[in-house]
Unconditional design. Structure first.
Length: 532
């Protein structure tokens, strides 16, 4: 039925594409033109006060293309259709349906209704010049009980989505797990706390590889394990909501469970990579690893050591085993309950990421801690303030400050520590202060977001042109405003405005126009004598 319904709609994409383009131009031309008139071309906005017209950085941005431009999303955050077409609940359905777990008791039941509107959204992306789109698969839409019977209607949806992206000349990047574990596996054996999850995830991955690897060349197994493990099993503020604090969590142990879950996630990644190699040797696989940058507060040896420990925990916990063969020594020393890899497990992990998929948003000042040293998070202090001065402009989210120089630093760190991997920046973005309360259409004039993007993209480009780092692509988070987990719909990260009070109408923001101009090739026509 799904395929028949969509076949009946096949006459519409050209008309919808025209409407999307008209909306895109109408929404962006006025306000965005003013920004570009003030600052010059998108290249000029990014380059700022670099004065040499023949600089490597300017030449870099006049190439075709400088980076491959992509946008990103996640199944639970955008799809909706939570109980349609054979899909069974995930842990995020259960968590968000529990009163008090999500701001305003909101949920992803409908979200952006991407499940029903993806054809329009793809045409909108095409009008923006998007070349790559990162999406995730809902495990319980494909295998409703987490193991066993495959839901063909779920596979049909993703097959049709992939085909529609390719028809629009947009390359799909697929993430297998973006936090929405089938509730059935949580009920049966507590999900990531049981080693049975390793085989079940590998079997699910195999279903996806068999279905999609003929058209998809880049997979990631997990999105941000640091986030879903430690916020879900240490803080209890993400699904499945486990922690030691009984005022928040009915069950859980913050001292042991995050390390057990992390261990199983890594082994599941290795098992999935082993499944992929024989059937699709030319397809690449990775994990989306998130990390802030940690800059020493002072030049003291103690602060430098603390900053290294910050990076060991935030990045090395998951990156070191797959690039270097084991957990960072500092984490092993600090966590007595950390599981150990067998020799065979270390061998399976080593080399199981073909590229480095980085999600990066912000940075901190790091200083040494005088507290207990038996927990990694107590071996350093992280602050957004130094000598009374914020590290950058604060975004809407409390955890996010605009610190563009951190992008260049973390790219160089990855390049040196992990032996020069190809790096894909698979998430980077920001929410504008008070954006959710700014009236329409003023909300479309998101200059704060443009400023954020220009700084981070410039520093990524400098890492390439000045430092020789191999950065292949840049994915803006996100294509649409969406469900932001425990914050519900309170924060907006999209380059496209979604009107949740008016039939989920999409309207591109000024930042979408800026990114489209920057990455879409139009900069090639700019005069080489433009003032910088």
């Amino acid at each position: 039925m799904l395929r028949k319904v969509r076949a009946a709609e096949a006459f519409g994409p050209k008309l919808r594409y025209l409407c999307c383009c008209i909306a895109f131009v109408a929404a962006c031309t006025g306000a965005s033109a003013r920004v570009l008139a003030e600052h010059g071309s998108p290249v000029d906005v990014v380059l700022g006060n670099i004065s040499s017209h023949n600089s490597p950085l300017r030449s870099f941005f006049l190439q075709t293309p400088p980076f491959a431009f992509g946008t990103a999303s996640a199944a639970y955050q955008v799809e909706g259709a939570w109980n349609e077409s054979g899909r069974e609940p995930s842990i995020w359905d259960t968590f968000s349906h529990t009163p008090g777990k999500v701001a305003n008791n909101e949920n992803g039941d409908v979200a952006d209704d991407f499940y029903h509107r993806y054809l329009d959204d793809i045409q909108l992306m095409k009008s923006m010049g998007v070349k790559k789109f990162r999406l995730s698969i809902s495990w319980s839409r494909v295998i409703p009980q987490g193991r066993g019977e495959v839901n063909q209607e779920g596979l049909d949806f993703y097959n049709e989505l992939i085909d529609a992206l390719l028809a629009a000349d947009i390359e799909p990047f697929i993430t297998l797990y973006h936090w929405d574990l089938p509730q059935a596996l949580e009920d049966e054996y507590l999900g990531w706390l049981d080693e049975r999850i390793i085989d079940d995830f590998a079997a699910y991955a195999m279903v996806c590889f068999n279905a999609f690897s003929d058209r998809v060349t880049h997979f990631t197994t997990f999105n941000e394990p640091l986030s879903f493990v430690f916020i879900g099993y240490d803080q209890g503020k993400f699904a499945p909501g486990r922690c030691s604090n009984r005022t928040i969590c009915a069950q859980g142990n913050s001292s042991t469970e995050p390390w057990i879950a992390s261990h199983h996630v890594l082994l599941a990644h290795a098992a999935a990579a082993e499944k992929l190699r024989p059937i699709a040797p030319n397809v690449s696989i990775s994990m989306n690893l998130n990390s802030d940058w940690g800059e020493p507060m002072t030049n003291s040896a103690e602060d430098k050591e603390a900053a290294q420990h910050f990076l060991d925990f935030n990045l090395g916990l998951y990156a070191d085993p797959v690039f270097l063969g084991d957990y960072p020594a500092s984490i092993q020393a600090a966590v007595p309950s950390l599981p150990h890899f067998t020799k065979a497990q270390r061998a399976s992990l080593l080399g199981s990421m073909d590229y480095f998929a980085l999600n990066h948003y912000t940075s901190h000042w790091i200083s040494a801690s005088n507290g207990s040293v038996d927990e990694p998070l107590q071996k350093y202090n992280a602050s957004f303030v130094k000598d009374g001065v914020p590290i950058g402009e604060k975004a809407d989210s409390d955890w996010l400050y605009n610190v563009p120089w951190g992008m260049r630093k973390i790219l160089n760190y990855i390049d040196k520590r992990y032996n020069h991997p190809a790096i894909y920046i698979t998430e980077n973005g920001v929410d504008v202060p008070n954006e959710n309360s700014i009236p329409f259409p003023q909300v479309l004039e998101d200059n704060f977001r443009i400023n954020f993007y220009q700084g981070y993209i410039k520093n990524a480009a400098l890492a390439v042109t000045e430092d020789g780092v191999d950065v292949r692509a840049y994915f803006a988070w996100s294509i649409l405003d969406n469900f932001e987990w425990a914050d519900g719909y309170a924060h907006r990260f999209g380059i496209t405005y979604v009107d949740y009070k008016n039939d989920l109408k999409r309207t591109p923001k000024q930042s979408a126009h800026f990114l489209a101009k920057l990455f879409g090739g139009s900069t090639k026509s700019e005069s080489s004598s433009s003032r910088l």
